[in-house]
Write a protein that binds this ligand. Structure first.
Ligand code: ACM
Ligand code: ZN
Length: 241
C-alpha cells in the first residue's frame, strides 16, 4: 500500500506562493519566483491573514490526500523579515512571545491545531522543535543529522530519521572528477552504515527512515538516476534489517 504524504511548506520555501500573493509576505511587495533553489529571507508573514490562507489551502489538501499524515515543512526559514515586521510584532505582543523562534512555534501550532481538528497527523522537519511547545502528537523528520531526532524522541515525539550525512542521495557519491559537483559527499558506505535507531532512544518512537533525492542540483534524469543507485539499495537494506 503506497501513500503519498503531501508537504505544504511553511513558513519558509514559500516564494512561489508569495509571487502569486505578495500580501502573504511581511513586506507585501511583488517578488518573482526564484526558479532555482535557495533559502530566502522572504517567507510567509505570521499575521492572521496568512494563517487563514494556509488553512484554506490545507482544506483542499486534506480532501485530495487520504494520507494519515500531512507534512508542514518548517525547515530553512530565516527570521530576517519577521524581526522587522509590524504585523509579526503584533502577533508576538498579543501572544506574549519573546522571540522569533517562539513565534515560529506559535505559527506552526495554529496549523497543527487546525490539521488535528481535521483528523490528520502532522509531521515537520527538525526545526519545528526550536522555540519549544511542540504538541506531543506531532512527528519530526530529522534531516540535520540525527540530533534533532534524538531530542524529539526523548521529548516523546514520533520520529523519521533522514540525516543528510547518510541518506541525502542528491549529494555527491563519488569523486568530483567523475561527477558534477553537488554541495557535499555521501559515500555508499555512509548510506549502508545508516542506523535509524540510535543507541539510547526509545525504538518504539522511531517510525523509520527516509532517503531524500532532492533535485535542485540534478538537472537531468540521467544524473538523478546515477545519484539514486546504488545508495537507494543500501538504504533499503538498512531499513529492512
Ligand atoms: C531539507 O533538506 N531542507 C529538509
Ligand atoms: Zn510579518
Amino acid at each position: 500500500n503506497i501513500t503519498v504524504v503531501p508537504e505544504i511548506e511553511l513558513p519558509g520555501h514559500a516564494r512561489a506562493a508569495i509571487a502569486a500573493y505578495p500580501e502573504l509576505s511581511c513586506n507585501e511587495t511583488f517578488l518573482p519566483v526564484p526558479g532555482l533553489w535557495g533559502v530566502f529571507d522572504d517567507i510567509f508573514c505570521s499575521k492572521p491573514e496568512t494563517v487563514q490562507f494556509l488553512k484554506n489551502v490545507l482544506d483542499e489538501v486534506v480532501e485530495l490526500f487520504p494520507s494519515e499524515y500531512i507534512h508542514i515543512g518548517g525547515d530553512e526559514a530565516p527570521k530576517t523579515r519577521w524581526e522587522k515586521c509590524v504585523n509579526c510584532r503584533k502577533v508576538m505582543a498579543k501572544n506574549h512571545l519573546e522571540n522569533e523562534h517562539q513565534l515560529q512555534s506559535h505559527f506552526i501550532q495554529q496549523i497543527d491545531d487546525y490539521l488535528t481538528s481535521k483528523g490528520k497527523k502532522i509531521i515537520g522537519w527538525d526545526e519545528i522543535l526550536e522555540g519549544g511547545g511542540l504538541p506531543k502528537n506531532t512527528a519530526v523528520m530529522s534531516w540535520r543529522g540525527i540530533k534533532g531526532g534524538i531530542q524529539a524522541a526523548n521529548d516523546g515525539h514520533q520520529v523519521v530519521m533522514t540525516p543528510n550525512s547518510n541518506v541525502y542521495l542528491d549529494l555527491m557519491q563519488g569523486d568530483g572528477i567523475i561527477e558534477p559537483p553537488v554541495y557535499e559527499t555521501v559515500r555508499l558506505k555512509n548510506s549502508y552504515d545508516f542506523n535509524p535507531v540510535p543507541e539510547g532512544v526509545n525504538a518504539a518512537l522511531i517510525k523509520g527512515g527516509q532517503a531524500n533525492l532532492w533535485s535542485e542540483q540534478l538537472f537531468t534524469y540521467r544524473h538523478l538516476q546515477y545519484m539514486l543507485y546504488p545508495r537507494a539499495w543500501a538504504v533499503a537494506e538498512d531499513l529492512w534489517s
